[in-house]
Design a binder for this molecule. Structure first.
Ligand SMILES: Cc1ncc(COP(=O)(O)O)c(C=O)c1O
Length: 312
């Protein structure tokens, strides 16, 4: 049994004891926001950016978590420090979850009371990235699903929330199309929006394009990818991209916190470019790996090797 601890409303408790009530608004309504940061070389990557997005999400859903952003940052570092011995040898996720808490209706039934619950947990990334290791080498298959993105005027996807049924349905559609396929959602006009946990980039004639930041979560890795590309002198343009552009693109990749960048070698059952990770993808991922001092693709291979024996 792992001895990791979880920050839980001002205390540190064993991970196994961190449980929300069946009356919590998160379970009742998906009424909560969250963040997932990761470490590289056991140091959090762009933690402040993740926390700024968390506080923007909290503001959007009108939850007062009771902590300033500075306090949230310092308890996060404290939680990391406490868990470092248990996370020995691994990079890890740093998950911030904030639920609205349970409604007044259930006030006598919930031992922790009706206030919002703030929790912060850490978990090695072995399964997250190990399971994707082969995709860094041969590329993933990205398919457009019938399930579309939720327009920002309904529930704004810029707020990272757990009302994620539409992403799950898109994943189901994709896996029915082909086992292991990854889903991409279009917006209501038919333009590419985002993956179910990732942002999309394509390359056309040496230029990198990514969807405009409207009906998407504005990924921290999306921004990091744009920063690394800019440092390499490769222009990045935010544009309306339709599935036709993806079909004719030289390269496609996805960005997301756990895996940084995954290349796409097939789009809707057709080969992308040369059918393998392209030169622009490779350059940007190398710049990223160099900056954080971790060979990101190689680490995924190492974690893939551990997956059979390692238990969370
Ligand atoms: C819907 C969605 N889009 C994009 C992303 C990528 O965001 P980030 O790079 O901050 O991990 C995520 C991450 O979970 C996501 O859930």
């Amino acid at each position: 049994m792992p001895n990791r601890v979880v920050y839980w409303n001002g205390n540190f408790i064993p991970e196994i004891e961190a449980r929300v009530s069946i009356f919590d608004s998160a379970l009742m309504f998906g009424d909560m926001v969250f963040e997932m940061t990761r470490s590289f070389g056991r140091k959090p990557f762009r933690l402040r950016e993740h926390l700024e997005r968390l506080y923007a999400s909290l503001d959007y859903v009108e939850i007062d978590c009771g902590l300033t952003i500075d306090k949230m940052e310092s308890v996060t570092h404290e939680a990391i420090e406490k868990n470092l011995p248990e996370l020995e040898g691994f990079d890890f996720q740093i998950m911030h979850d904030v639920t609205r808490g349970s409604g007044e209706l259930y006030d006598t039934l919930v031992k922790e009371g009706t206030d919002p619950i703030v929790s912060i947990n850490m978990l090695p990334l072995v399964r997250h990235t190990g399971g994707l290791a082969d995709k860094y080498v041969s590329g993933g298959h990205l398919v457009v699903t019938p399930q579309q993105a939720v327009p920002a005027r309904y529930i704004d996807p810029k707020a990272k929330n757990r009302s994620r049924l539409h992403y799950q349905l898109a994943n189901l559609h994709a896996s029915r199309m082909e086992s292991g396929a990854m889903a991409v959602l279009t917006d209501e006009r038919g333009f590419i929006a985002e993956g179910t946990g990732s942002n999309v980039f394509i390359v056309q004639d040496g230029q990198i394009l990514t969807p405009k930041p409207h009906d998407i979560l504005r990924g921290v890795s999306r921004q990091a990818c744009m920063d690394f590309a800019n440092e390499l002198g490769i222009p990045v343009v935010e544009a309306d991209i339709d599935p036709y552009d993806c079909r004719t693109a030289d390269e496609i990749w996805l960005t997301s916190t756990p895996f940084a960048m995954i290349p796409i070698s097939r789009f809707d059952f057709r080969t992308v470019g040369e059918g393998k990770p392209g030169p622009v993808y490779t350059r940007v991922l190398s710049a990223w790996s160099e900056e954080v001092g971790v060979d990101i693709a190689k680490q995924a291979q190492e974690y893939a090797g551990l997956m059979q024996t390692w238990k969370p």
